[in-house]
Ligand binder design. Structure first.
Ligand SMILES: [Zn+2]
Ligand SMILES: [Zn+2]
Length: 79
């Protein structure tokens, strides 16, 4: 199961849209997702999907890597 941790507090979500809503409402921030393909950092899941489609001609293939990276950064921040 993929979990979506909030970078700014200890909340963890099972849905990235929930995380995004949470980040906007509670922290007034938008989660960012690094694109492994071109190292661009994209703000928001909608824009991430758009970036994949427009720039790389695909959808969702990298979201798991992005989430893993987010988790890694999250752990580093917490340690
Ligand atoms: Zn939070
Ligand atoms: Zn890219």
């Amino acid at each position: 199961m993929i979990e979506f941790p909030c970078k700014w507090c200890n909340s963890v979500f099972l849905d990235r849209d929930e995380l995004e809503d949470h980040a906007k409402e509670v922290h007034n921030k938008v989660p960012v997702y690094p694109c492994k393909k071109c190292n661009e950092v994209i703000r928001g899941t909608m824009n991430f999907d758009k970036h994949l489609t427009l720039v790389h001609g695909t959808t969702h293939w990298d979201i798991h890597l992005a989430i893993r990276e987010m988790k890694r950064q999250f752990k580093e921040m917490m340690s």
